[in-house]
Design a protein around this ligand. Structure first.
Ligand code: HGY
Ligand code: MN
Ligand code: MN
Ligand code: MN
Length: 444
């Protein structure tokens, strides 16, 4: 059965959601399809406005909505046998500062459109279908990604999480600086999400199957002219913070031999991370592998005191390191730690490591992958199996359910940038294949 998707409605909603942003209206018309830059940080007024709008769409479509203590939002279409484990889909609507309008939102609004299209076609699911808006997939505010799905999957201690400091001021200098440091508990309860985070975890049999629709955030599908990606594994993310402490002073009066410049030491640390990650890829290539699976990024640096004429005394280095092989990722970290010990001695600085997260790769269910393949073939859609190098909420839903992901191409592989873009045709096809896959899984 093929299934009509109301693409105009879906695109209108994607573009409306993009206007619920803390970025100024887009004025860059240099791109053929100018897209709106988006900043939508979790639990900010914009995020709450977007959540309320999405809830109104879901209720207008006749679905029920419930929200858990961390704001994960469950949009449910009751099946004819509601006691059976449900079939889930979903993603996120929070967006890192100055990013794109398709990351996450295609999975939420595409998922809503999939459910509406099935309902409008007269389909009746045996298993209930649930669309989830997952809280804080991006690490922007609380320093760790996939906060809502980690709690659903039981991979994050609820009390530790509730105490996570609110780091919004690090990303948004215009944000009000409270007198006392706020925590996740303070922010979520002020936003209306009350109750205990211990109640967020879902039972291991809550879902029969889970499929997330997402843009690829990479170039492969577009480069090879392939319509859809079926994700077989999601790369393993890890995060660390390194506090580098030297001592500061006057940019003119403090002579070079007397300096313990924390930023120069941090620069060596960052180059050590790059060097050892490149070496890990070179070793993998020498062993006959692709040699591209190790990646590391320092995208956020906090310098104190941060004045042009003051020698930096303290620098916080935020590291995001990912690999499809956990042992190789750990090997890279060990090599960096050896360099840290040496540079501490030579430069007279102190480097303190803070662990954020170190997750395992997630592997897709072969049965759900086979269902996705069957639907692609029935729809005459080209597809390829692939690894996701971005992490996703599915990484942690995988702790409690069989999962898979469906990718659509994005222009030049660009994401986490205002020029992130996917074509209406790709969005329509991804939504239709998602809907037909959910229909098959719901009647298993
Ligand atoms: O960083 C990621 O992989 C995801 O887009 N938050
Ligand atoms: Mn993202
Ligand atoms: Mn995303
Ligand atoms: Mn994601």
């Amino acid at each position: 059965m093929t299934l009509p998707i109301n693409t105009d409605r879906l695109l209108r909603e994607l573009h409306h959601l993009a206007t619920i942003t803390d970025c100024p209206p887009n004025t860059d018309t240099s791109l053929p399809e100018p897209t709106q830059a988006v900043t939508r940080i979790v639990f900010t007024p914009r995020d709450l406005e977007a959540r309320a709008w999405l809830t109104s769409l879901a209720e207008a479509a006749g679905f029920t909505v419930r929200v858990d203590p961390v704001g994960n939002t469950f949009i449910r279409w009751e099946g004819s046998e509601p006691s059976l484990p449900a079939v889930g889909t979903g993603s996120h609507i929070d967006a890192i500062p100055h990013s794109g309008m398709y990351d996450g939102t295609v999975g939420v609004l595409g998922g809503l459109e999939a459910l509406r299209a099935l309902k409008e076609s007269g389909f009746q699911p045996k298993r209930s279908l649930e669309l989830l808006l997952l809280t804080s997939e991006e690490p922007t505010r609380f320093g760790i990604g996939c906060l809502g799905s980690r709690l659903l999957g039981g991979v994050l201690d609820p009390h530790t999480a509730d105490a996570f400091p609110d780091r919004i001021a690090e990303s948004d200098p215009s944000a009000p600086k409270p007198d006392i440091a706020l925590t996740l508990h303070d922010v979520r309860t002020a936003a209306g999400f009350t109750g205990s985070l211990a109640d967020v975890k879902l039972a291991a049999d809550h879902y029969h199957a889970w499929v997330e629709l997402h843009i690829e955030q990479g170039p492969l599908l577009e480069r090879d002219g392939i319509a859809l990606g079926i994700v077989t594994a999601i790369s393993a993310p890890a995060g660390y913070r390194f506090l580098v402490e030297g001592f500061g002073g006057h940019a003119g009066a403090l002579l070079m031999p007397d300096r313990r410049d924390a930023l120069c030491a941090a620069a060596e640390l960052i180059l050590s991370i790059e060097r050892h990650t490149l070496a890990a890829n070179a070793a993998a290539r020498a062993a006959g592998h692709s040699g591209v699976d190790s990646v590391a990024t320092v995208g956020k640096l906090e310098i104190h005191p941060g004045n042009v004429n003051a020698v930096p005394s303290r620098v916080l280095v935020n590291l995001d390191i990912r690999d499809t092989d956990v042992n190789r990722r750990n090997g890279t970290m060990d090599a960096v730690r050896a360099d840290i010990r040496e540079l501490e001695q030579r430069r007279g600085v102190k480097v303190t490591e803070e662990f954020v997260n170190a997750d395992a790769p997630a592997h897709s269910s072969e049965s759900i992958v086979a269902t996705l393949e069957a639907v692609c073939e029935a729809e005459g859609a080209s597809y390829r199996k692939m690894v996701s190098r971005a992490y996703h909420d599915s990484t942690f839903i995988a702790q409690i359910a069989p999962i898979a992901m469906l990718f659509i191409p994005c222009r030049n592989g660009v994401s986490h940038r205002p020029d992130e873009y996917s074509t209406p045709e790709a969005i329509e096809l991804g939504t239709r294949v998602l809907a037909l896959t959910l229909a098959r899984l719901a009647n298993e």
